[in-house]
Design a protein around this ligand. Structure first.
Ligand SMILES: Nc1nc2c(ncn2[C@@H]2O[C@H](COP(=O)(O)OP(=O)(O)OP(=O)(O)O)[C@@H](O)[C@H]2O)c(=O)[nH]1
Ligand SMILES: [Mg+2]
Length: 301
């Protein structure tokens, strides 16, 4: 892995599944680290670095208690610190409400920040009808938000609706999570027509207020759908209306024209604050023929 690179990390069962799926879409651009107490989370992922935090000693146990998971992560720090030292952007993916993700993800975010990484977390929030898990998640979220530069809250319930609609599995992120991460990683790792990089991301993220990330895909025939899809992202309860900062990357095939690019960006930017600082990037790639994808980091919410 090169200097200034991207590390995708899954913490806990759901987090590992998300991270694995996201990484499978951009293997050559990012490294993968899986962290869990349950060895099953590492099965069949040869490309991954794995940190096995085995609380029970039986190789399968759950961490059960967030505090114990946090403690185990600090114990295992030496084995992951070289990865954090090399990374410039760390994307942490976790489902809150269990032991491992709730305890270890904010600890990991802290360590990554200390290693001078830009830390972006994607936190799944439990279903409302799981009161115990919801209260564990509520207790864990503030520390994860505090220790991340950007924390994207994803409602698992909304993920489940979207999964039904897309006929995919919500536990695998309904396809949406991997699109989000793939879009971001591709945006940052490759040189586009107009180049965006981690400095732009830092500039947008460092604005006061909340920040989030959205993604939408559509076809070149109906570019306006890209924006309406992006706005239906299964985030928790955050609206991007009135955002003050925004980094947008539009990706299309060689058939994407400037008119397409304008349609998509104007439709999206029109919902933000009139004085919003917008950093725009665009990229064409052969695998996107006939399709357009918008990835945006919005801040100052
Ligand atoms: N309804 C439902 N929710 C689930 C299921 N699996 C996971 N979740 C949700 O996802 C969250 C995180 O689950 P996991 O990733 O398995 O938890 P973990 O971090 O591995 O934690 P431990 O296994 O307790 O150490 C939980 O709070 C649940 O809300 C499931 O099968 N059904
Ligand atoms: Mg687990």
């Amino acid at each position: 892995m090169d200097e200034g690179s991207i590390l995708i990390v899954g913490v806990g069962g759901v987090g590992c599944t998300w991270a694995e799926r996201a990484h499978s879409k951009c293997r050559e651009l990012a490294d993968l680290l899986l962290i869990d107490a349950d060895e099953d989370s590492f099965a069949g992922v040869p490309a991954a670095h794995c940190l096995h935090l085995d609380a029970g000693g039986d190789g399968r146990g759950t961490a059960a208690l967030p505090a114990l998971a946090a403690h185990r992560l600090r114990d295992g720090f030496n084995s992951i610190s070289p990865l954090l030292e090399q990374a410039e952007l760390v994307i942490i993916m976790t489902g809150l409400g269990g032991g491992m993700g709730s305890g270890a993800s904010s600890e990991l975010a802290t360590l990554a920040k200390e290693a001078d990484c830009l830390v972006l977390s994607i936190a799944g929030l439990p279903f409302a009808e799981q009161p115990l898990r919801s209260s564990i998640a509520e207790a864990a979220l503030p520390a994860l938000e505090y220790n991340s530069h950007v924390c994207i809250r994803v409602s698992m319930e909304r993920l489940a609706w979207q999964a039904r609609y897309r006929e995919t599995d919500w536990r695998a992120g309904s396809g949406w999570i991997e699109e989000l991460v793939e879009g971001l990683v591709t945006t940052l790792a490759r040189v586009g027509k107009i180049n965006l990089d981690l400095m732009d991301l830092r500039a947008v993220i460092n604005r006061p207020g909340n920040a989030t990330l959205i993604v939408g895909t559509g076809t070149t025939e109906k570019p306006e759908q890209v924006v309406s899809k992006a706005r239906r992202s299964p985030l928790s309860d955050l609206s991007v209306d009135g955002a003050k900062g925004c980094m947008i990357q539009v990706e299309g095939g060689p058939d994407m024209t400037l008119a397409h690019l304008n349609d998509v960006t104007e439709a999206f930017v029109s919902t933000l604050d009139p004085d919003c600082q917008v950093i725009l990037g665009a990229r064409a790639s052969d695998e996107m023929v006939g399709r357009i994808r918008l990835v945006a980091v919005v801040s100052g919410l």
